[in-house]
Design a protein around this ligand. Sequence first.
Ligand code: KIV
Length: 263
Amino acid sequence: MKTVPDFQKWKVARTPITMVTCYDAATSKILNETSVDALLVGDSCAMVVHGFDSTIHATLEMMVAHTAATRRGAPDKVIVADMPFLSFRGSVEAATQSVMQLMRAGANGVKLERCKGNAELISRLVDAGIPVMGHLGLTPQSIHEFGGFKMQARNDLAAQTLQEEALELEEAGCFSIVLECIPSHVAERVTEALAIPTIGIGCGPETSGQVLVINDLLGLDSRFQPPFARRYMDADQMITRAIEGYCEDVREREYPGEGEYKV
Ligand code: KIV
């Protein structure tokens, strides 16, 4: 069984780390039987599960429920739960209570976005034995500051600031950092500068690992395909075909068939 300390071993051994998002028990039950290293209960659930247009709509209640469901299906996986929008920007005490709920729901650690203003909380959590994952670059909770889902760290100054923030997160005790949508040469430089692993999404191949939103990987929405996401199946079309097959069978009185009911 893989654990949070394995992240450091994988960084040292340069073993690529695999992570996917997960939000429910049906999916995590399948993922539990795969070799994927870790599951992220991302606040992307607000968008891909609840249908909102940004992650700002994720609440602590949602994140706790999705974390608990994911854990029930995947007893053996490392699960990292996202701290939702602003849930960690009040007092350290209030943030700690939120973390407590996510950990009690079954998370092995929490992820929180950005660096500025978070170092003290991260140190306090790490001191209390809570593994913390950082998240820099295109931090979706800040889309209004960025003016949309846009690539970050595109100039030298922004890249330098991001690298300094990554080092600050490492210093505060993060066990790894998600880098989202930054140029690949910046992701590579940051990854080389850090002793802890980076997990990339939309940053090229040079990070210590990769994370994808499972809905994008499975092709659950054929109308939405982030340019960096590779689709490994067309679940949208497969589900449509299955449902149409079922409807046709019911209408043709082909279902239920012999052996599918009791006389
Ligand atoms: O919420 C999420 O799914 C994430 C990943 C995109 C890294 O934070």
